[in-house]
Design a protein around this ligand. Structure first.
Ligand SMILES: [Zn+2]
Length: 96
């Protein structure tokens, strides 16, 4: 049995249960926002984030509250701040 040297600390906080948001959903959201913001500049609203949540059937209000609590106040800050603040460790990227 090999030692797992990739054991990394858990993310600072998991998404709260009431958002029904999985780490995988957040990673996908970051990807979608990254793509989206390559082709347009942020209107400083949550249009792309909302679209993503609605498409997945995820709760919008509680998820936006979660994102705001982590520094995301629009699509571009969700990408630039929440990704950094919340998802520091690459835990689960391969298994999510
Ligand atoms: Zn913005």
């Amino acid at each position: 049995m090999t030692q797992n040297l990739l054991l990394a600390p858990a993310p600072p906080e998991a998404a709260p249960a009431d958002t029904a948001l999985l780490p995988r959903d957040l990673l996908d959201l970051f990807d979608v926002l990254e793509q989206d913001l390559r082709t347009r500049s942020c209107a400083h609203g949550f249009s792309a984030t909302r679209r993503f949540l609605l498409a997945r059937g995820l709760p919008v209000a509680s998820t936006l509250a979660f994102l705001k609590a982590h520094g995301g106040h629009c699509d571009c800050t969700v990408l630039s701040r929440v990704e950094r603040n919340w998802w520091r460790a690459p835990v689960g990227r391969e298994s999510a």
